[in-house]
Design a protein around this ligand. Structure first.
Ligand code: ZN
Length: 161
């Protein structure tokens, strides 16, 4: 207790029992999530270089929006973008893109977006920053009509992770 407020020592779901006037906290899990090889992660592209796109990881699929213990920065190498030759990484990712990717290497924090459900989930217009929409299989800005290319996920724009 602190200044009349009650704080729990563990995070979880608060349960109030009105009969015996008690409050308990049911822990969600004992340990925070750790990234493992094979996990699907969601993150934001922070930088695109010649051979790698840098991604700030925001969450692990199926493990909620909780803070991740063992990683924050990851990279998608040009060879792990898609099942085809990538000429320019700048055609596949751009800063601020939200991506869904699978963890393939923990030591160097490498991700892959080769599968069709993996890739960019949300992208912003490089000209006016509006969210790009899919129009006849291409990404198009609804505001300024600019078209852009990305390695998009089959779930692009659905909000489904
Ligand atoms: Zn635009």
């Amino acid at each position: 207790m602190d200044k009349g407020n009650i704080y729990a020592t563990a995070s979880g779901i608060v349960k109030i029992n009105t009969k015996d006037r008690s409050i308990s906290v049911i822990p969600v899990t004992n340990t925070p999530p750790h990234i493992q090889v094979g996990d699907i992660v969601i993150g934001q592209v922070t930088d695109v270089k010649d051979s790698v796109a840098l991604v700030e990881i925001a969450g692990i699929k199926g493990k909620g929006e909780r803070e991740i213990v063992n990683a924050d920065q990851a990279a998608i190498h040009v060879s792990n973008v898609k099942d085809a030759y990538v000429k320019e990484l700048y055609y596949e990712f751009a800063p601020f893109d939200i991506v869904k990717a699978r963890v393939i290497d923990l030591r160097n924090m490498r991700l892959t977006t080769v599968d069709k459900e993996l890739g960019v989930m949300k992208a912003y217009c490089g000209n006016c920053r509006a969210v790009l929409k899919i129009d006849n299989g291409k990404l198009k800005c609804p505001k300024c009509e600019r078209t852009e290319t990305r390695k998009i996920s089959s779930d692009y724009g659905t909000g489904i992770v």
